[in-house]
Design a protein around this ligand. Sequence first.
Ligand code: NOJ
Length: 513
Amino acid sequence: MAADEWWRDAVVYQVYPRSFADSDGDGIGDLRGVVDRLDHVERLGADAIWLSPFYPSPQVDFGYDISDYESVDPEYGTLDDFDDLVAEAGRRGLRIVVDLVMNHTSDEHAWFVESRSDRSNPKRDWYIWADPRPGGGPPNNWLSSFEKCGAAWTFDDRTGQYYLHSFTAGQPDLNWRNPDVRAAMGKVWRFWLDRGVAGFRIDVAHRLMKDPDLRDNPPEVAHARRHFSHPVVRQRNLDLPETHDVLRELREVLDGYGDRFALGEVPISDDARLAEYFGGDGMQTAFHIAFWEQPWDASAFRACVDGLAGRMRPGSLPTYALATHDISRTVSRYGAARAGVAAMMMLTLRGVACVYYGEEIGMSDAPPDEARDVDGRDGQRTPMQWDDTGGFTTGEPWLPMAPGHGEVNVGRQLDDPDSLLSLYRRVIAYRRGSEDLRRGGYRSLDTPPGVFAYLRGENLLVALNFTGRPASFTVPGHTEGRVELSTRTDRTGVVPLRLEPDEGLVLRLGPVR
Ligand code: NOJ
């Protein structure tokens, strides 16, 4: 592996800046807070931090509505704070990856303010404007991704046209067919790359291009707010082939900086179509979206992992995450007893691993009484649980701390060898030192129901028990293996091929007999 492909075996830690650590007592997390807590990320053993948006924003979609791409929202700090974060993280061997939201801006971005000011404004065509359909109403049947927002179009009284927004009305979609938009965004890429970021997480990368004629979505897929994998019929507002041209342009710029990378958010659960977005001359990697959609079922996970693995371009790697700021937390979806097995799976599969803040201590979703988010995602965004008193802020947190924070927190787990945090640290440290996990191949094995097992490299076996009962399994030519890692702390030495309830095990197999 070339030295500049550091991302290939990386563990990326996702920080949602608003909820991670508040340094100034206003109840909102900030960049200084992240600097203050770098010890935690370093101790965990991560290689990089993905920072969700911290740019100026009216916060209609909590930062995914950017009103200035080249600055920091005063709520989160200043550009100097950002530079300090990159520098301080760098001193600890941690890289910073920033979120790039290119499909849309905020309606408060200067580009859109100009665009909506007049039909003849030079920036009019930077966004997607269209006349009402004959007889009135939105130009076509496209829907916003968010149920609450209804149609993907909002009428602008002043200029008498609709503008497209794939999310809230506060997030108008950019027109990527306009070369000036591409040039302006190219400048944004370089602005952050020049500041030392290690790469970008690309927000809804599959949405950048839309049908140039704005034709209706066909009836079979017209109901779909998000990507819908119909066997034949394609949506006209996402996953267009031209999207790859933009992503190739981005890739060329990244390659010009040597060791930077792009991690795509491409919410397409169809393996073949998702696989087109990463590897080769596309983005280096993309989230395996279906991974976090699986029920707690060993054969479902096996099919999910093998499905994409069998379709990817040679040498390319997916990124695995269990939860994000959009996705309900592991403990809430699967239960606390399974969090260790889930973590071991994510960290031992062949791919980049991405840990959402708080997952490493087993935080649960805690939706507040009063919703803040337009799409019901507050539950997984509650403040990081640092100690028995919270430790996130000295003020009033912007979202209430989850009720369990007195018991589930970093302080309690740090020195407890049986804690989830200690397990994360053990597995990540092992991964870092293991050629098999970092670079070895992946092959899943036939196992009894309830067990998902795979080989990494020649003879490193990962076996995961998805049940609350002991489970035996077989590997041709082997009856035992040496324990390298377990979700339990009482397993050492050479053991038979048998798992304790809810156990994840990594075994070194001996020579085939
Ligand atoms: C995906 C982001 O992860 C999500 O939080 C956001 O609402 C949409 N893209 C729109 O930017």
